[in-house]
Write a protein that binds this ligand. Structure first.
Ligand code: NI
Length: 394
């Protein structure tokens, strides 16, 4: 048969149509009703069976091959972001304040394209394919919600593949690496309790603002002085609140931050490192602290033993020169939740084109993709599936 990428390229126009239809009506996490309906309608038009779910958003399709075998899951996230679109394009978001600014509209089009290609090759398929259209990736709850609804079981999924648009990688290329790709995400909240008073008489107060400033500075020295510089860690504080007036020292200050790591051991030690730093600085300033540390997501780590397989399969789609090394990124992805349950591989689809100004980063109000990437995404997902079912058949 014709290579999948050639077949995918003949579907280019319909992939663009799908992507734009989704782009026009973005919906944020767990509110993807219209999006889910559109996905169901398109899957049904391809003859794909839809599995019943308890939740209203998210769709799972299933393609049974003509021969029994392993089970491959393919995952696309389907939610948009609370961003006001600033692109002046025909397919601009029609919903004020909501936008597909992370390219999940493209993920949907790629997975629907893969579904269509796989249905056409049902006779060759040695096993089963589950198509996971997952809600609420941006809220980090969507993967868990699908897992809770049993999508990785009965039949049990043997491997899961997923992709993400990548604006700094040119269209026609795919970036892949084994090992850590995206970081674990933790959340920290620190409340500094002092004693308020007049700003002109600081000696009568216990100033939580000065203590908070020292805590923020001190936390950065965990990164620079306590952790091996070859182990990546980020501590960023994105919110700090305390006080109302210029001359009043408040009673307390609240600080929120995010902690990103790859290494699981480093991650598990971070709460204690931070707690020690924060409580000692606070005590030195005669203030008290309360600290909350929450693990939100593990890191996305691609299994080493699938490296060779993935390279060979993806090279069929983009050629040896099109398959480039992915650089890890400290962003988080709830694809990691699936990888806790089943082997999974996540990779980046080049969607950037500097010449047409499509190189802005994720979540930017002018984020857009070069739609020439869509056939590569559809072909990559379907190629990995066909090859896995073939190579790993018992
Ligand atoms: Ni995203």
């Amino acid at each position: 048969m014709e290579p999948l990428i050639s077949q995918a390229k003949t579907m280019h126009h319909s992939l663009i149509e799908i992507r734009r239809a989704i782009h026009r009506y973005p919906e944020i996490g767990f509110q993807e009703h219209r999006t889910s309906q559109l996905i169901r309608t398109i899957l049904q038009s391809y003859g794909v069976e839809i599995l019943p779910l308890n939740k209203e958003t998210g769709v799972v399709g299933i393609i049974e091959g003509k021969q029994p075998g392993k089970v491959v899951a393919l995952r696309a996230d389907i939610d948009a972001l609370p961003v006001q679109e600033e692109n002046d394009v025909s397919y601009q978001s029609q919903t004020p304040g909501v936008m597909h600014a992370c390219g999940h509209d493209a993920h949907i089009a790629c997975l629907l394209g893969a579904a269509r290609l796989l249905v056409q090759r049902r006779n060759e398929l040695k096993g089963t394919v589950k198509l996971l259209f997952q809600p609420a990736e941006e809220l980090f709850g969507g993967a868990q919600s699908l897992i809770d609804q049993g999508v990785l079981a009965a039949p049990k999924v043997d491997v899961i593949f997923g992709l993400h648009t990548k604006p700094d990688i040119p269209v026609g290329k795919i970036a892949f690496k084994s090992g850590p790709l995206m970081a674990a995400v933790d959340v920290i909240r620190i409340t500094v309790q002092g004693k308020g008073g007049h700003g002109a008489m600081p000696h009568t107060t216990l100033d939580p603002i000065v203590a908070a400033a020292a805590i923020i500075q001190g936390a950065q020295t965990i990164v620079s002085r306590q952790v091996n510089p070859l182990d990546a860690v980020v501590i960023s504080f994105g919110s700090i609140h305390g006080g109302e007036a210029n001359n009043v020292i408040p009673e307390k200050v609240e600080i929120w931050g995010t902690v990103r790591t790859f290494c699981p051991q480093l991650r598990s030690g971070m709460p204690e490192r931070l707690r020690s730093m924060v409580t000692h600085i606070a005590a030195a300033m005669n203030t008290e602290v309360d600290m909350m540390y929450r693990h939100d997501l593990p890191a996305v780590i691609n299994p080493e033993n699938l490296q060779k397989f993935c390279r060979q399969s993806l090279e069929k789609v983009v050629g040896a020169e099109g398959l480039v090394a992915a650089f890890p990124c400290m962003g988080g992805e709830d694809f990691a939740i699936y990888q806790q349950q089943t082997p999974g591989v996540y990779f980046w689809l080049g969607t950037g084109s500097q010449s047409i100004g499509m190189d802005l980063q994720w979540h930017h109000p002018k984020f857009d993709i070069d739609e020439g990437a869509l056939p590569y995404g559809a072909a990559a997902l379907s190629q990995l599936t066909l090859d896995y079912l073939q190579d790993f058949a018992d």
